[in-house]
Design a protein around this ligand. Structure first.
Ligand code: KG4
Ligand code: ZN
Length: 342
């Protein structure tokens, strides 16, 4: 008998994603985004995001079914992001998922969006390693996870104490006058700069808190250091070397992310690191992670970019893993959890 067909629904933030997965095979996925609406505000407006989900959901579902060449009646289970995320956005996706599960009489699985960023790698690179460390980096998260079973046994080793990596990039982009979201612009400029020209501080890298925060990050002090540096040049009427500032800042963020993720692999005795989340588009993260994993004898897995940003495939993949692991379905009255822990 073939493996069950899972419909995955993603709606934690500004992306409406629907995907169909059979086992570890991705049959079709479609993502709609309302990101274009936010450039003029400089940040996501939750009410606009919720309304966009409501408008996009059915067309996205239809497009995904068509792409996968399946009928809704063939779906064996529905998986949806239960959190963490924006409460209004989550509510739209979860309501739609409940309606579909109730109407088709299929089980419903509310799954963790963040863990989904790792699960999606199975659809691209094959079954996940038996044990591994995950690094999730996005506009909302920067976490290091120890994974023994993607559906049932994920432990958070550490995370950011303040800003997420993408958020820090967006804030530095803003202070340099770059368009929102600033992350990709800061990345682009950093590639033209000298990453050794300005050394910015690495948060939680040393000092008395070092052991307690072995796997934690802090990027807000770094962001303040960049702001001070830029302001002091401006006060003196000097030109800000934007590319060098971006390169030095990017180096500080990615030095912390990769050093701690590799350290976690060594401490946990695993030989694989999986990276996920929208920030994994960052060029320096990719090159430094590859370099450090190779030096430490670790296998590095990073899904292609379209599966690093929020999508329905990550939810369908985790739903499929939950079904495979025999996890109990969620009750139809489960509530979204905007701060869902792992
Ligand atoms: O995962 P994602 O698409 O959305 C969530 O935050 O859930 O991540 C988007 C974040 C934004 O902060 C964006 O600026 C950042 O990732 N980002 C980047 C790059 N591409 C996206 N930051 C640095 N370098 C990039 N190339
Ligand atoms: Zn995400």
């Amino acid at each position: 008998m073939s493996e069950p067909l899972i419909l995955g629904i993603e709606s934690t933030c500004d992306e409406t994603g629907v995907a169909l997965v059979r086992g570890r095979e991705l049959l079709g996925d479609v993502v709609a985004t309302s990101m274009d609406e936010y450039a003029r505000f400089g940040g996501i407006i939750p009410e606009i995001a919720s309304r966009a989900h409501l408008q996009s959901f059915l067309p996205t579902l239809d497009a995904a079914l068509e792409r996968a060449d399946v009928d809704l009646s063939e779906v064996d289970a529905v998986a949806v992001c239960a959190g963490p995320g924006l409460i209004g956005s989550l509510t739209v996706g979860i309501s739609a998922a409940k309606a579909l599960a109730a109407a088709t009489g299929t089980p419903l699985y509310g799954v963790n969006h963040v863990i989904g960023h790792l699960a999606v790698d199975e659809l691209v690179d094959g079954p996940l390693p038996e044990r591994f460390v995950g690094l999730i980096v996005s506009g909302g998260h920067s976490s290091i996870l120890a994974v023994r079973d993607i559906a049932t046994d994920v432990v958070e080793l550490g995370g950011t104490l303040d800003d997420a990596a993408g958020e820090a990039f967006d804030k530095v982009g803003r202070l340099l006058g770059l368009p929102y979201p600033g992350g990709p612009h800061v990345d682009r400029l950093s590639q033209e700069g000298d990453r050794t020209a300005i050394r910015f501080p690495r948060g939680l890298a040393a000092g008395k808190d070092k052991e307690r925060h072995r796997y934690d990050f802090s990027f807000s002090g770094l962001k303040t250091a960049v702001a001070r540096y830029v302001e002091s040049l401006e006060d003196q009427g000097l030109e800000v070397p934007q590319a060098d500032v971006c390169a030095g800042f990017s180096e500080a963020v990615n030095d912390s992310l990769t050093a701690k993720a590799v350290q976690a692999c060594l401490d946990e005795g695993v030989d694989a690191l999986v990276i996920g989340g929208g920030f994994s588009a960052n060029s320096r993260l990719r090159s430094l992670a590859a370099q450090r994993c190779e030096a430490a004898g670790l296998t590095l897995r990073v899904p292609p970019l379209r599966y690093c940003t929020d999508n329905g495939a990550q939810i369908a993949a985790l739903g499929a893993a939950a079904v495979r692991a025999g996890v109990e379905p969620s009750p139809l009255d489960f509530a979204p959890d905007s701060a869902m822990p792992l």
